[in-house]
Ligand binder design. Structure first.
Ligand SMILES: [Ca+2]
Ligand SMILES: [Ca+2]
Ligand SMILES: [Ca+2]
Length: 194
């Protein structure tokens, strides 16, 4: 997985300026339990316990806020140490429903010291062009939560988006697991811009 070593430094610095937003969101989740701003369209999908792997996707929330698309996933048990298990997530983003496949793909490793990358892609497979526009991924190992955010401009300012999520794990014995939200290559409902 050589992509785990790639960095998207420009995307990071863009988002570091938005830290106040991120802190506010985290606090809102903790205190209120949900309540995205009224201007954001949001959906929650419960995936449930369908794998013994720690990375097992339990639920996901996707939000299209006026300036960002956000994906928050909750897992069974994220591990910091890659030596225990290598874990990863891929977020496929569909911004052009006339073309069946994704237009963007964020792939990230979920262990400490690893990294993530956003690509402009044509379809489900193959490589793509690495993007450095505003996006970020944050991992909370204590709560087993991953938060991904894309600047709306980074996704070409689409009218609507939908996502397809898959997580994977390779145990230290070399066993591999995959867990798709809703099923292989299944999209969530479309979200209109909030
Ligand atoms: Ca699951
Ligand atoms: Ca598409
Ligand atoms: Ca599943």
């Amino acid at each position: 997985m050589n992509w785990t070593r790639l960095r998207s430094s420009e995307g990071r610095s863009d988002f570091s300026r938005r830290r106040s937003w991120a802190a506010g969101l985290a606090a809102g989740v903790l205190v209120l339990g949900v309540a995205p701003p009224a201007s954001a369209e949001s959906l929650v999908v419960v995936d449930g316990d369908d794998s013994v792997a720690g990375v097992d996707l339990m639920r996901a929330r996707v939000t299209y806020a006026p300036r960002q698309v956000r994906v928050r996933t909750v897992h069974d048990n994220l591990v910091r140490q890659a030596i225990r298990a290598q874990q990863w997530i891929t977020v496929h983003v569909d911004t052009d429903p006339d073309d069946a496949g994704p237009e963007y793909r964020l792939q990230g490793a979920l262990n400490r010291g690893t990294d993530y990358q956003l690509l402009k892609v044509k379809g489900w497979r193959g490589g793509g062009r690495t993007l450095t526009c505003a996006h970020r991924m944050r991992i909370d190992w204590k709560r087993d939560v991953v938060r991904v955010a894309f600047g709306r401009g980074c996704l070409g300012e689409p009218e609507s988006v939908r996502v397809a999520l898959v997580v994977g794990e390779m145990s230290h014995e070399g066993e591999t697991y995959k867990d798709w939200l809703l099923g292989p290559r299944r999209w969530t409902e479309e979200l209109q811009r909030g």
